[in-house]
Design a protein around this ligand. Structure first.
Ligand SMILES: Cc1cc2nc3c(=O)[nH]c(=O)nc-3n(C[C@H](O)[C@H](O)[C@H](O)COP(=O)(O)OP(=O)(O)OC[C@H]3O[C@@H](n4cnc5c(N)ncnc54)[C@H](O)[C@@H]3O)c2cc1C
Length: 377
């Protein structure tokens, strides 16, 4: 049993249709990688074989030509949801990859766009690693000339498994700089601390970058580009879309697991109705936020900050209600509901949730960031 199919309005044979076609396979692989966590190579190959690793690159890097930014964000939202429904760990990895593709499109040189095209031909996946333990990653001058990185990244999804990553690094002076690095050196990846309840196959370990050479063509854009608004903060809509997929999958599984007795009980049905409202509210906020992202709307950051909280609340509510409707089966090893709840409970933990809501409140106190409320698609 599934929720109603996602719309394929614009591209009948599009990325959305191709993502839907591999969803069952990703689900099956997701259960295996959860049970014996390693980098989910087969799942990533499955995404690449469907061409999904390339679709959201700029045309100069071999990406699909969308009619406009709104159509592109709409397709991306549905693809992120579909992959999130199947396996949140792979959704996290795919979201990092499309974030990297966007950074290339916005800040990359023509030579870097061409290089990316070649890497995508080879099926490469990228990560974006910003989180770091103190003192962070710096760009140091080497004895004898040239530059090299010093420091490590933490929560580096795909550490040692992805082909490449875009990392933030601090130059001697000024704002942080994006640097292109290899991500597949197993000797640099420390996964010993990645002992987690959920999101196991996202392999979000520590990656040591000390001694990695930095040449001029490894620099993506200029210092400060990564933090440029409204794109930086509004970009949270993408992980919210993956989380939404997880919530929708939980709702679908809960419906399938509800016993006949539960279905005849108005109290259980009331809980189910609450789940539907939570999931659909999250959907409406994420969709609106994606539309603002497509527009580079000045209020995109305030929107994204509240959307994060709406999706978090929806996830927490559906997890609690699902457990109460289904009972102990929701916590049993090997049950899909258990995996989704474990994955979601970790993935919903994103940085500064209270700060984020407070910043949005400051914007909304100044003016109504929803504006006229025109639905942009
Ligand atoms: C599965 C997974 C994959 C990830 N992958 C990546 C990745 O590939 N690349 C990447 O860059 N990052 C990644 N991250 C990191 C992510 O972006 C967040 O940085 C991280 O989830 C935040 O962790 P935390 O909840 O421990 O935050 P912390 O910042 O340690 O905050 C913990 C809590 O402390 C409180 N707090 C924090 N700061 C303040 C403050 N200033 N004032 C008051 N209270 C405060 C808040 O209550 C907060 O919830 C990943 C995270 C997860 C869970």
């Amino acid at each position: 049993m599934s929720l109603s199919p996602l719309s394929h309005r614009h591209h009948p044979q599009s990325s959305v249709a191709r993502a839907a076609a591999i969803a069952d396979r990703l689900t099956e692989l997701g259960a295996r990688y959860d049970a014996a966590p390693v980098f989910p190579q087969e799942s990533m190959r499955c995404l690449a074989a469907a061409g999904l690793h390339r679709d959201f690159a700029a045309p100069a890097s071999g990406g699909m030509a969308f009619a406009d930014a709104a159509q592109r964000c709409q397709a991306l939202m549905d693809v992120l949801r579909i992959i999130g429904r199947a396996d949140l760990s792979v959704g996290r990895l795919f979201e990092g990859h499309v974030n990297a593709l966007a950074l290339f499109a916005w800040y990359g040189s023509p030579a870097q766009a061409a290089q990316l095209a070649g890497e995508l031909d080879a099926g490469a996946f990228y990560g974006v690693w910003a989180t770091e333990p103190a003192p962070g990653v710096s760009i140091d001058v080497k004895l004898g000339g040239g530059h090299a990185l010093r420091g490590a990244k933490s929560f580096a999804s795909g550490a040692g498994g992805l082909a490449r990553a875009i990392v933030t690094a601090r130059p001697a002076a000024g704002d942080r700089q994006l640097v292109l690095v290899d991500a597949n050196d197993a000797a640099r990846a420390d996964l010993s601390g990645w002992r987690v309840r959920g999101m196991r196959a996202s392999i979000s370990g520590v990656y040591d970058l000390t001694g990695v050479d930095v040449r001029a063509d490894d620099l993506l854009g200029h210092p400060g580009d990564y933090d440029r608004e409204p794109r930086f903060t509004t970009g949270a809509w993408r992980f919210a879309a993956v989380q939404l997929g997880g919530i929708e999958a939980l709702l679908t599984e809960t419906r399938a697991a509800m016993s006949e007795v539960a279905r005849t009980d108005p109290l259980q049905r009331a809980k189910f109705a609450k789940c539907v409202v939570a999931a659909r509210t999250a959907y409406l906020w994420v969709r609106e936020c994606a539309a603002r992202a497509a527009n580079d709307s000045i209020d995109g950051p305030a929107f994204a900050r509240l959307t994060r909280g709406v999706v978090e609340r929806a996830g927490l509510d559906v997890m609690e209600l699902a457990a109460r409707m289904i009972g102990t089966r929701s916590a049993m090893d090997g049950q899909r509901i258990d995996k989704i709840i474990r994955d979601l409970s970790l993935y919903l933990r994103q940085s500064g949730p209270d700060y984020s809501r407070d910043q949005a409140a400051l914007t909304w106190l100044d003016h109504d960031a929803w504006g006229e409320g025109d639905l942009l698609w």
